[in-house]
Ligand binder design. Structure first.
Ligand code: DGJ
Length: 728
């Protein structure tokens, strides 16, 4: 049993962790513990100081030590004396906003709960249990059900809340976070993942400052700028030692993660939809569901935490036929042609790629409507016959005849003013009446909260996808959303738009992925602007970044790897000089970096030298061999590419018999010693043979002494070493 209830103390046990809380004599749900597994009631750790200016709930009479402002709580509220970050806020018809939640009842259910309209971790009944604790406001008929999914074997606990209005009047939900986690003790550091277009998910680790620190998005997407994931590490925590916990929000829209370090040096983490971009009018009898947060904790450093997240996301977030199988190696024409292509050019690229062993051609932006630049055509999802005279059917057949599969690009949620769709349905666009809308990439955004918009997109996309043998879709999104307004919503509901937009996106994704189960959907948002666990529920891979430079990618993929599995990162070899940075790296350096993901090419391979073509053919062969190890093995960050002169990482098969080390050494110095890199996760007693020269090493030596990296000459020197255990 992973959920134990003793009176009103709730213990959620996973293989290595314990999460504990208790509804006390007043019904207040206090947080007791999230950490290493113990069989103890951890309430003994709570202290009740008499803190001036931290008031007391009425029921405790003159007990000045019982204050919601100082206690660790399971779900903080506002208006009743907890002055730290609140998780939920409600405004009543009389304008007051306060919520005093007390325990009412609980239930334990087999399996993992799901959330209507939203992605959530899924599991078989034997893999998970659900605890639902109902809290009720003391003065109104608002109830909050806190849901906990416990997946013991994964060391994962999920959180989500349901807010129900059992009263007679409408209430306004002002904020509704998915997670509140109070940590009364310890010195914690906050790691968040920030960035911008082309430079996503840069980890930043900072000691907590007293007060509130935040990472968030108001852009309508989870964003390039902050990822909806947070890592809290105890001071001194490393890849391999120390306690850390991670929280990943399964949501693709405006979010907020805040960490508060309070007057008593306690830490509170809250995470959920961004309250600045949210209101929800809740009618009597109605419920509101928050998105889910995936929580996990490690007492042996960040590497274990990453393994836990990789496993849960790969196996219990990603769905469908492609979630665990090897994905096709693809060639995408975007950086090879941009908008300037026609059937002949595409077939030329495809022929060159087929000869070298590539599995699929992906036709990117520009195949539809009037789309010769990014100024027009979005919304007109019908084939441009000037570019593709034989239509999609003809082109796809010719590609298939080369022995390749075919994939296609869409940007469903967007509309160009110069499009037939806009001329017919200007009202489908998000814009505020009486104001000129903000353009970005000269495009506007469709109102995804509207059923008619979603139906149009479903029909037109289904028509295209059913018209030829298409087995892959790249689903792009190339701007931040502003000018929020929907013609169909009353004034009191306009602030629901950012969330309704995401619900609309998920609805369309659910319909299309169910209607086309044999299609591999790849998420994209100008690269990795929507790299989140919400999208991964529908698309098992996401284009990691528009920056395809090998050096830059080592950093972007390093940051992404803290939470997201390697198989989820779309990663391509592109041309040099690199289109984003102008940097020149060898074809091998580019391949080694791109292999750390769902692998592909994005250039015209016909333009390579014969020597480079041979290397491409060789690398494709290698990836066919290494792919299963890269995607199913355990991933180890052996360096920090933001600090070290090299980026080196390692994959170890689950049975510890196969080991692949890849990376780049950034700069050569004269007379330098070769770097010894300490491997991890091997069997110390096994012997491993290095494929390159047949030398045999013990696992023990490789982990303690390390293995020497190749001799360097030049910059961005690729590293690729493969070891296999031998029977001694
Ligand atoms: C942004 C994507 O990230 C690129 O790969 C490409 O598909 C362009 N959009 C096309 O407009």
């Amino acid at each position: 049993m992973s959920i134990r209830v003793d009176g009103t103390t709730f213990s959620l046990e996973t293989k290595n962790t314990l999460y504990q809380m208790k509804a006390d004599a007043y019904g207040v749900l206090k947080h007791l513990w999230y950490g290493a597994k113990t069989s103890q009631d951890m309430e003994y750790l709570l202290d009740y100081p008499d803190v001036s200016f931290s008031g007391n709930i009425y029921d405790v009479e003159d007990n000045r030590t019982y204050s919601l402002d100082t206690m660790p709580l399971e779900y903080s509220t506002e208006g009743i004396g907890d002055f730290r970050i609140s998780s939920v806020g409600i405004r009543y018809e009389n304008g007051a906003s306060a919520l005093d939640l007390r325990y009412e009842n609980h239930e334990i259910l087999p399996g993992k709960y799901s959330i209507p309209g939203l992605p959530a971790v899924y599991a078989e009944d034997y893999e998970a249990q659900t605890l639902a604790i109902t809290l009720k406001d003391t003065a109104s008929d608002i109830r909050v059900i806190l849901k906990y999914g416990v997946l013991p074997d994964f060391d994962v606990i999920t959180r989500s809340a349901v807010i129900t209005n059992n009263g007679h009047g409408n209430v306004m939900i002002l904020r509704a976070h998915s997670l509140c986690l109070d940590i009364p003790y310890g010195k914690w550091e906050w790691v968040h993942f920030h960035g911008r277009w082309g430079k996503e998910r840069t980890p930043e680790r900072l000691p907590l400052l007293h007060g509130i620190q935040e990472s968030s998005s108001k852009r309508g997407t989870s964003s390039h700028h902050h990822n909806p994931s947070v890592l809290l590490c105890q001071e001194g925590c490393t890849e391999t030692s120390g306690t850390c916990l991670g929280a990943v929000l399964m949501y693709s829209g405006c979010f907020q993660a805040q960490v508060e370090y309070d007057q008593l040096n306690q830490t509170r983490l809250v995470m959920g939809m961004n309250p600045h971009m949210f209101r929800w009018e809740l009618e009597p009898g109605k419920s509101f569901y928050t998105p889910e947060v995936i929580l996990s904790l490690s007492t042996s450093g960040m590497e274990t935490l990453s393994h836990q997240f990789h496993r849960i996301i790969r196996e219990h977030v990603c769905r469908g036929k492609y979630k665990l199988i090897e994905r096709p190696i693809l060639i995408n024409n975007w950086e090879a042609t941009y908008f300037d292509f026609n059937e002949e050019k595409l077939l030329d690229i495809a022929r060159g790629a087929a000869e070298l062993g590539v599995d699929m051609l992906v036709m990117d932006d520009g195949w539809f409507g009037k789309r010769d630049s990014d100024n027009s055509g979005l919304g007109d999802w019908y084939v441009n016959k000037n570019k593709l005279p034989d239509g999609l059917e003809g082109l796809v057949k010719k590609v298939n005849d080369l022995g390749m599969e075919f994939g296609i690009w869409f940007e469903p949620e967007m509309i160009s003013e110069d499009s037939d769709l806009y001329r017919t349905h200007p009202e489908w666009t998000i814009r505020i009446p009486g104001r000129q809308p903000t353009r970005s990439r000269f495009q506007l955004v469709l109102d995804m909260s509207r059923q008619d918009v979603r139906d149009y997109l479903f029909d037109v996309m289904s028509q295209i996808l059913g018209s030829a043998n298409i087995t892959y879709v790249k689903w792009d999104f190339n701007r931040s959303v502003s000018d929020w307004y929907s013609e169909l919503l009353p004034a009191s509901r306009q602030k629901e738009m950012p969330h309704r937009f995401v619900l609309g996106l998920y609805d369309l994704m659910e319909r299309l992925t169910s209607a086309f189960p044999d299609i591999l959907f790849e998420g994209c948002c100008g690269g990795g602007g929507r790299f989140d666990a919400g999208i991964l529920y529908y698309c098992p891979q996401i284009w990691c970044s528009d920056d395809t430079d090998a050096f830059e990618r080592t950093q972007i993929q390093y940051g992404t790897s803290f939470f997201y599995p390697i198989s989820s990162m779309g990663s391509h070899v592109s041309a040099v000089p690199n289109h984003q940075t102008g940097r020149i790296t060898s074809i091998k350096a580019r391949a080694v970096t791109a292999m750390s993901g769902s692998f592909g090419y994005e250039l015209d391979l016909n333009k390579l030298t014969q020597e480079e073509k041979n290397e491409v053919k060789f690398q494709i062969g290698l990836f066919k061999e290494y792919g299963p190890l890269i995607h199913n093995g355990k991933y180890y960050r052996l360096s920090n590419p933001f600090r070290d002169n090299y980026a080196v990482w390692q994959y170890v098969s689950q049975d510890q018999k196969k080991v692949l080390i890849q990376g780049l050494i950034f700069r050569t110095e004269p007379n330098m010693l070769r770097y010894p890199i300490h491997l991890r996760g091997l069997d110390p007693d096994k012997k491993y043979r290095l494929r390159e020269d047949g030398v045999i090493y013990s696992g023990n030596a490789l982990m303690n002494g390390g293995i020497l990296m190749p001799k360097c000459f030049g910059d961005y020197v690729p590293v690729e070493l493969y070891l296999e255990a031998i029977d001694a």
